[in-house]
Design a protein around this ligand. Sequence first.
Ligand code: SF4
Ligand code: SF4
Length: 292
Amino acid sequence: MKQLVVLSGKGGTGKTTVTAALAHLISREQRLVLVDADVDAPNLELLLRPTRLRETPFYGGKQAVIDTESCTACGRCAEVCRYDAVAQQDGAYRIDGTACEGCAACYYQCPAEAVRLEDAHSGDWFHSQTRFGPFVHACLRPGEENSGKLVSTIKQQALLLADEQAADWIVVDGSPGIGCPVIAAVTGADLALMVAEPTVSAVHDLERALQVTAHFDIPAAVCVNKSDIHPPALERIEKLCREQDIPLLARIPYDEIVVQAMRQGLAVTEIGENPVRCQMEHLWDVLRGLDL
Ligand code: SF4
Ligand code: SF4
């Protein structure tokens, strides 16, 4: 089983479009499990229109709760809370769950031992079915942290599922940037496919993303989306790939068909012959032939 993670140095480069198209092409001849590891802003679901089979809560951190029976209303918890999460209402102290960071300062400082720390429900993860295969995805609640832990959880679930179903591929739509969820997404991957757009900041974004994969010793390759919108920037990406010995596997041209596919909730490869589909098929041909 091969694990492919699709990444981008920044958001909006077409990472999800590429992931959905690859998932479609792979599913025509091999088995795959799909993962949306962009848990802060999951949108692969929009193209896949999955049927949810199971929903599981994710507890990513701690949250303080005041036992009103034991509380003596001394106000110490409000004094020590650096996040303004403790408020007084009608003489009683309460903790705002959306502001509490679970730092435990109030827990340790409460003279009446009236504060307890509970697991915080930070989001949910889902096991779903799509027309391309099983799909593991998640949604982190707004403002919640621990996205790396949630990505690790869903990747673990995807590995179990892939094993159970004897899948040939796990295809992961990673989150943009270089933070914790990206590190969790690339861990264990056989190849990180970077989707870049030829823009002014593209080389810098790509360089940072490649530093992450190099640090974790994950082989990387590049695919340029909207490759024809700014030739000088494309040249800079090509130069970077040459210098770092990173294979540039595909140059996908700009085409309105991508937006049309999105509107219809389809992968771009599902709507007839078009130049984007042609490049995606070329990309899949190359990926299939790599010795991962
Ligand atoms: S520190 Fe403890 S006793 Fe004092 S107000 Fe807070 S919860 Fe109540
Ligand atoms: S756990 Fe920390 S953040 Fe939460 S209410 Fe207590 S002091 Fe404030």
